[in-house]
Write a protein that binds this ligand. Structure first.
Ligand SMILES: Cc1cc2nc3c(=O)[nH]c(=O)nc-3n(C[C@H](O)[C@H](O)[C@H](O)COP(=O)(O)O)c2cc1C
Length: 383
């Protein structure tokens, strides 16, 4: 069996469907829900997502497939929101436990094989877009135990939501700063902890919003964001990129024309240790800003976010020192509306081996709370 994950609309699909006769097809039937970051696919129902919407068995499907093909509209250097949603919902394909691959922290495999994957990007590409897409899927494959079989770029006109010149520009309030927590863990998220720490240093008219409040009301959220002069995005790293729920909002914001300037800042965090793994995500936000005509003001990328996030609520010291200094620099830039270079903050004087050891100790404890045994975490789901 081969598996195709695609975001083609009906008209586009009819033209190619004969090529995929007999394949398992994952397409957008408008029911897919975003990953909420609960890790239930590791700790409650190992190998399977706990959200039952028809997309919960992605890990098992990937395992069953001899090979996988992904067709996606090229979006800011990576996948469209739908295809990214499928990948975000597929992390049960790997185990929670960590290992070092290519000198980076990654997850151990749940199933014995590496999966050959063909990536087909559709859209319009500059040379740098091709490099960005390639860099991105290389990271995904490193992370997901995939082998790139082929990367293809199909030059075509994909439906663009970009507003035409006749659309009236929206005037934003230059003094309004929105801090958007893009983690669907909402109040419990590390993103919120970093944004709260940041906002304590920001002067002016700020509003803090949880993206989780606007699931399926993305247009409403876009309306709020478009009216802010400055947006600070608190983003968790999902499968080497932007979580699908935020991508949906970003795609919608392409619909607007803005009058005046809008500045975007980023505070991103991640589970693995090396903040350098956030480079693709930061690049994606930059590409989006270019597309929308927004000013990219700069960002802070925080490694070992699960640990740093909990420390920074009580102290700027110890492993949180680099992140705290980065937040201070970022808040100063926001207050002065200045552009700064991205800052990469690893845990300060906290060895990676210790971080991995502590994190790996936590998984069986988490599973035990759900009535599971240590060995249950290795469950393989078959279809
Ligand atoms: C679906 C999913 C995918 C993830 N992918 C990555 C990843 O590629 N690299 C990484 O370092 N962490 C990854 N993580 C871990 C999160 O980035 C990490 O737990 C982060 O601290 C969550 O931030 P939050 O509490 O603000 O949501 C992933 C988590 C989820 C739920």
């Amino acid at each position: 069996m081969n598996l195709l994950i695609h975001d083609l609309n009906d008209e586009e699909w009819i033209k190619v469907c004969d090529d995929y006769k007999g394949w398992e097809i994952i397409s957008d039937n408008s029911t897919i829900k975003p990953c909420v970051g609960c890790f239930g696919c590791w700790l409650k129902e190992p190998g399977e997502c706990v959200i039952k919407d028809g997309y919960e068995k992605m890990g098992a499907l990937i395992h069953k497939a001899d090979e996988v093909t992904v067709i996606s509209t090229y979006t800011y250097g990576g996948f469209s929101s739908f295809v990214k949603n499928v990948f975000d919902r597929s992390i049960g394909w790997v185990l929670p436990y960590f290992e070092i691959v290519h000198r980076e922290m990654h997850h151990k495999r749940r199933y014995p094989e590496d999966k050959p994957i063909t990536f087909i990007f559709r859209g319009q590409f500059s040379d740098s877009d091709r490099i960005k897409a390639k860099t991105y899927v290389e990271a995904v494959c490193r992370n997901f135990h995939g082998i790139i079989k082929e990367i293809r770029f199909e030059e075509c006109q994909v439906k663009s939501d970009k507003a035409d010149e006749s659309t009236l520009p929206v005037t934003s309030d230059p003094d309004k700063i929105v801090l958007l927590n893009c983690s669907l863990r909402a109040g419990n998220s590390n993103s919120k902890k970093f944004l709260d720490r940041l906002s304590s240093n920001i002067k002016g008219n700020t509003e803090s919003i949880n993206l989780s409040t606007y699931i399926n009301r993305y247009d409403e959220l876009a309306e709020i964001l478009i009216e802010a002069g400055t947006i600070v995005l608190g983003i968790p790293l999902y499968v080497d990129g932007i979580p699908s729920a935020l991508l949906r909002v970003m795609e919608r914001l392409e619909n607007y024309r803005t009058a005046g300037e809008k500045s975007i800042y980023v505070v991103s965090n991640m589970g693995f240790y090396e903040s350098s793994q956030l480079k693709n995500l930061m690049g994606m936000v930059k590409s989006w800003c270019e597309k929308c005509g927004f000013i990219y003001g700069g960002g802070l990328a925080i490694g070992a976010g699960e640990m740093t996030g909990s420390i920074i609520t009580s102290t700027d010291k110890g492993p949180a020192k680099n992140a705290a200094e980065g937040l201070n620099k970022l808040s100063a830039a926001i207050n002065d509306l200045k552009e700064i270079e991205d800052i990469y903050a690893d845990a300060y004087r906290f060895p990676r081996t210790l971080y991995m050891f502590a994190a790996d100790m936590g998984w069986p404890k988490g599973a035990k709370k759900n009535g599971l045994k240590r060995k249950d975490l290795y469950r393989q789901v078959h279809m």
